[in-house]
Design a protein around this ligand. Structure first.
Ligand code: KIV
Ligand code: ZN
Length: 432
């Protein structure tokens, strides 16, 4: 677990950091199959959702929001199949979302018939603009919607004791809601549900539309943590969207501010600019020596399932997973990387320059780490010949051959693959 501390600032690696850091993983909740799914041109079919769900369980997600069953027949059918075909691992809890309306809550409970354990997630929008423009209610009216829904959920759950129920409330658009009102409505819901430390409720505080710098969101979360009267019976969850491009930072600061749980999607799928990216969050922890409790040792396979299911490509520079993130183009980078690999020992502190993580930990290989183009130097060429063909050139020959390669690339204006370099080597020295 200390393997990666070398790339953190020195004081952090020595655990001497004066500021706040994250010291353990939060509870992760994947909403790929709900928030992620609702943002697709073509929502996933039941079979696609099943394959995605199974992949999420392999990654190690223990809480998965699987559907909005009252909003779509496909979602309803998917929940039924998960339950009827006994596809939910013992240690995984499924979650469904519902609006705060009686008939939708009833339908959601219907979808969950026979579930061992389930999180029922109810929300209503609390921000002033929504109260005014969308629902035409004042503060009291908004609280009434939430409280009525909480009562309905409490009562339906009481009729079905065979399922272990967990209740979750989201004051939607929390980050644009007056804090005193967000607290008041959350307390009112908690008054109905009466959570205890043994049976806590989840209070999810979404940045439905990210509208401020991440520290502001973190301050809002901290304020809620400090003022909630049943803090020890409440799991504080965050749900950052990425409208300003700072969802990852917002989630990390929110955890430092007291949040227990993060909702997001793999590779940041989700409404508009997406939900916070769970993969980046988890691997950011990993690179600081903290076990995220999620397994991305086969990240290419995970990316394949996500891309095929969402029909959205992952950007080649996406942290940790993008095609180009273990590729060095410049000669000085290639040289430094080569030197780093030469001395790097297994299980020692990871310190290959320019590489925040060992690609092997993600199931990626060094093979394509270094590519040779007109910006590359001798180091890159030496590395490729050595790793791909076991050929270690004497220094003077390397200098000479680098000139040949450089000339070739200047002439063609194109990058060279290892095979092309190997062929050029043969043509220069073996066939000549
Ligand atoms: O972004 C949001 O506020 C949501 C809620 C339903 C939690 O997705
Ligand atoms: Zn959302």
């Amino acid at each position: 677990a200390t393997k990666y501390a070398a790339f953190a600032p020195v004081e952090l690696a020595d655990r001497q950091w004066p500021g706040k850091t994250i010291t353990r993983a939060p509870i992760w909740m994947s909403t790929d199959l709900r928030d992620g799914n609702q943002a697709l041109f073509e929502p996933m079919s039941v079979d696609t959702k099943i394959a995605f769900f199974e992949m999420l369980t392999r990654v190690g997600l223990k809480q998965i929001e699987v559907a909005f069953p009252a909003a779509s027949q496909t979602d309803f059918d998917f929940v039924r199949r998960l339950i009827e075909e006994d596809r939910i691992p013992q240690d995984v809890t499924i979650e469904v979302l519902t609006q705060a309306r009686d008939h939708l809550i009833e339908r959601s409970f219907e979808s969950l018939k026979g579930a061992r354990r389930a999180i029922v997630h109810v929300y209503n929008a609390t921000a002033p603009v929504f109260r005014r423009t969308v629902f035409g209610v004042d503060r009291a009216g908004c609280i009434e919607i939430a409280v009525n829904a909480a009562k309905k959920i409490r009562d339906l759950a009481a009729q079905r004791p065979e399922t272990e129920w967990v209740f979750q409330y989201s004051p939607e658009v929390f980050s644009s809601t007056e804090l005193d009102f967000a607290l008041e409505i959350s307390e009112a819901v908690a008054d109905v549900w009466q959570p205890t430390p043994e049976r806590p409720m989840i209070l999810n505080l979404p940045a439905t539309v990210e509208g401020a710098t991440p520290n502001v969101y973190a301050d809002q979360i901290e304020w809620m943590c400090r003022h909630l009267s049943r803090r020890n019976a409440t799991i504080i969850s965050v749900h950052p969207h990425n409208d300003r491009g700072t969802a990852v930072a917002a989630a990390e600061l929110a955890v430092m501010a007291g949040a227990d749980r993060i909702e997001g999607c793999l590779f940041g799928n989700g409404e508009r600019t997406g939900n916070v990216d769970l993969v980046t969050l988890a691997l950011n922890l990993y690179t600081q020596g903290i076990d995220p409790g999620l397994d991305f040792s086969n990240i290419n396979e995970i990316a394949r399932v996500v891309e095929e299911s969402t029909r959205l490509p992952i950007h080649p520079r996406h942290p940790y997973v993008g095609d180009l993130v273990f590729t060095a183009f410049s000669g000085s980078h290639q040289d430094a990387i080569k030197k780093g690999f030469a001395v790097q020992k297994d299980d020692a502190l990871w310190e290959v320059p320019y590489m925040p993580i060992d690609p092997r930990d993600l199931g990626r290989s060094y093979d394509s780490v270094i590519r040779v183009n007109s910006q590359s130097g001798k180091g890159g060429i030496a590395w490729l010949l050595e790793t791909a063909y076991g050929l270690a050139l004497p220094r003077r020959m390397l200098v000479e051959f680098s000139g040949v390669v450089q000339q070739h690339m200047d002439d063609t204006g194109a990058e060279m693959t290892p095979e092309e370099i190997w062929k050029l080597f043969g043509a220069t020295y073996l066939e000549a």
